[in-house]
Every structure is written in C-alpha cells, then in structure tokens.
Design a protein around this ligand. Structure first.
Ligand code: 5GP
Ligand code: ZN
Length: 111
C-alpha cells in the first residue's frame, strides 16, 4: 500500500485511532466533529496530501467510492459532496477530505 502518514496531521491521527464508518485499503471515513447536518461524514484518502492535486487518482477514486457507499447507507435521497482546497476556499484541515452531507426533506431550502 502506497501510503503517506504525517505524524502531526489530525486526519492522519484519526486514521490510526478514531471511530470509523467505512474503511477500505485506500480510504477512511468518520463523522465530522462539527456536523452541519445529522450524519455529516468525512471521507479521506489514507494517503496524506494537502489538496486534491496532491493525491494520486486511484486514491481519490477509492474515496469517492466510499462517499457513495455512505450516501446510500445514510438513507437520504438528497445530499452534497463538498471538497475544499486552500484557506481562501474554506479548507481548514490540510489533508484532502470529502464532506458527505445529507440534506433531510425538511432542511432549509436556501442552503
Ligand atoms: P474543511 O473546512 O477543511 O473542508 O473541513 C474540515 C472539517 O473537519 C470540519 O467540518 C471540521 O468540523 C472537521 N474536523 C476538524 N477536526 C476534526 C477532528 O479532530 N475530528 C473530526 N471528526 N472532525 C474534525
Ligand atoms: Zn494527513
């Protein structure tokens, strides 16, 4: 497994010890600590890369496959997949992650 773990990266630490939703060879998923909707999950490649273009395609494809599984398992018809790159683009944690955010039927239509 081509994996790069960075010791002081919070998401690399989570791979090593947090509650997980689904794990695969290349990806790990867990609930967001500050959910913007019930069930808000994060999917990360185990490979440490700060931005999307830092991570090999096979790892990203695997993470998207996991995001799909979570979306199906969530049981919601409506959901957003979000992925931020760079501080100005609202990226806080510098390890690529995909937000999987269910949108319940009664959620704010403006959001
Ligand atoms: P970003 O703005 O970088 O796209 O999103 C980072 C996300 O990571 C935020 O939604 C934040 O709540 C979540 N997060 C940050 N630190 C932790 C943590 O230690 N554990 C978990 N589960 N989520 C975290
Ligand atoms: Zn990392």
């Amino acid at each position: 497994l081509a994996r790069r773990l960075i010791s002081d990266c919070i998401f690399c630490k989570i791979i090593r010890g947090a509650y997980k939703l689904i794990e695969s060879e290349f990806s790990f998923s867990f609930l967001d600590i500050g959910p913007i909707a019930k069930g808000h999950a994060l999917v990360i490649p185990k490979y440490h890369g700060e931005k999307l273009h830092d991570v090999p395609d096979t790892h990203l494809a695997d993470s998207m496959s996991i995001a799909k599984k979570i979306a199906v398992a969530s049981g919601f018809e409506n959901y957003n997949i979000l992925q931020n790159n760079g501080k100005i683009a609202h990226q806080i944690v510098p390890h690529v992650h995909f937000h999987v955010i269910p949108k319940p039927e009664d959620s704010d239509k403006s959001g």
